[in-house]
Design a protein around this ligand. Structure first.
Ligand SMILES: Nc1ncnc2c1ncn2[C@@H]1O[C@H](COP(=O)(O)OP(=O)(O)O)[C@@H](O)[C@H]1O
Ligand SMILES: [Mg+2]
Length: 161
């Protein structure tokens, strides 16, 4: 399903991907689910690091590939998941995951496709494609009214002078 508030953007650098993530984090109000999808090394963690900055989280945010979840506290909490190793274990992931959908937190989930069976009805999907060593195609696809509103604000903040 395409929506009018879908956003497509070519990021020219890691810094630009971070900045786009920061804008997104700035606009989060709590309870957001952000699914980061794309190949290894496409920039999911880079975007999540920007989201963390936008949530007012200080210090370094690193990939939770081996721990599945890392938690940070800023203006809101950030639950940063990485389901890379969860392929075929969706059920276990679903049980753990439900507890983290809270109004005072944002969930950023890498490798959401490994947990496709329990995607919530509404979420923001960010698909990242590798265009060249330094360019990434970012596709923001909102699912649900609150995420469409989030994308409208995001377009204004990130892309309009
Ligand atoms: N435009 C860009 N946006 C994001 N990352 C980029 C970009 N260009 C190059 N890169 C590089 O791609 C890699 C992305 O790594 P990372 O964010 O850990 O990916 P993932 O979490 O998807 O595996 C980093 O080495 C980063 O420097
Ligand atoms: Mg990563």
């Amino acid at each position: 399903m395409n929506t009018q508030t879908s956003v497509d953007f070519i990021s020219q650098s890691p810094d630009q991907t971070f900045l786009v993530g920061e804008h997104l984090g700035t606009l989060c109000q709590g309870g957001e689910m952000i699914w980061l999808s794309g190949a290894l090394g496409c920039g999911k963690t880079a975007l999540a690091q920007g989201i963390a900055r936008g949530l007012g989280i200080q210090g370094s945010v690193t990939s939770p590939t081996f721990t599945v979840l890392k938690e940070y506290q800023g203006r809101l909490a950030l639950f940063h998941f990485d389901f890379y190793r969860f392929e075929g274990q969706e059920r276990a992931a679903a049980i753990e995951f439900a507890d983290y959908r809270r109004d005072d937190a944002v969930c950023a989930v890498e490798w959401a496709e490994h947990a496709a069976d329990f995607l919530p009805d509404e979420y923001l999907l960010v698909k990242i494609g590798v265009v060249s060593p330094t360019k990434r195609a970012l596709q923001f696809r909102p699912r649900g009214a609150r995420y469409e509103r989030l994308m409208q604000s995001f377009q204004t903040l990130a892309f309009r002078p």
